[in-house]
Design a protein around this ligand. Sequence first.
Ligand SMILES: [Zn+2]
Ligand SMILES: [Zn+2]
Length: 234
Amino acid sequence: MEGTDGYKVLQTFISSGLHGSKHGWPTLVYALTLCRLNDQSVCLYKKNRGRHHAEDNMLSFLKEAIVNRLFLSQQLTMYVNYSPCHNCSDLIVKFLHWAELHYGINLQLEIAFPALYRIRRPSCEEEGHTHKLADADDHDRNVKGLERLKGIGVTIRPMNAVDWSTIARGLNVPFVYEGSARQQEDAVLHKDFKRVVDREEGGMNDLVPMLRNVHLRGAVPPQTEDDAFDMSLH
Ligand SMILES: [Zn+2]
Ligand SMILES: [Zn+2]
């Protein structure tokens, strides 16, 4: 898990969701975890392949490890360069139930990410960013998926400084976070996340209907073919 692959994985995380000239939905997603497997500390990552999203591939790997008694931990942090989509959220819920029911593993799962997948960010709207926003229905579905995860006790949160040093160390790639554009973006993402997903603290329950109105008024351009691409095809 070192060398060019590790560099590519870290770069993918760093560049995810940064606002700039090109702002689209991801074609490459990694799910990464540092865990103990068969009594060894490992940094492993899975990417999206075919129709399987990265999280799906990571869950398949973990399932096999659990079945073979290689993975016995009760705690796991999964880093994904985009927040799980609603389908993956459901797969994660099912996986946790499966692990508990069949193997007695009451896994305390934490999911950390540097970008939101097909979720509208208040900062993008308020600062008048010109890139396309997520479709309002996608937004609803994906926010609800994350809420389902929260509802069963999964911790979901944007990545912080400790996370960045953890994955950089795991991948064996140097990364200076302090003062980086990534750090600035994370500060904005934390605020957006609080308003969109962690709403009980933010008191922004009216945000989603507000976004929906924006959509219905036609302020958002209709979705084009390339905006609706399936990331699993890449
Ligand atoms: Zn997914
Ligand atoms: Zn933006």
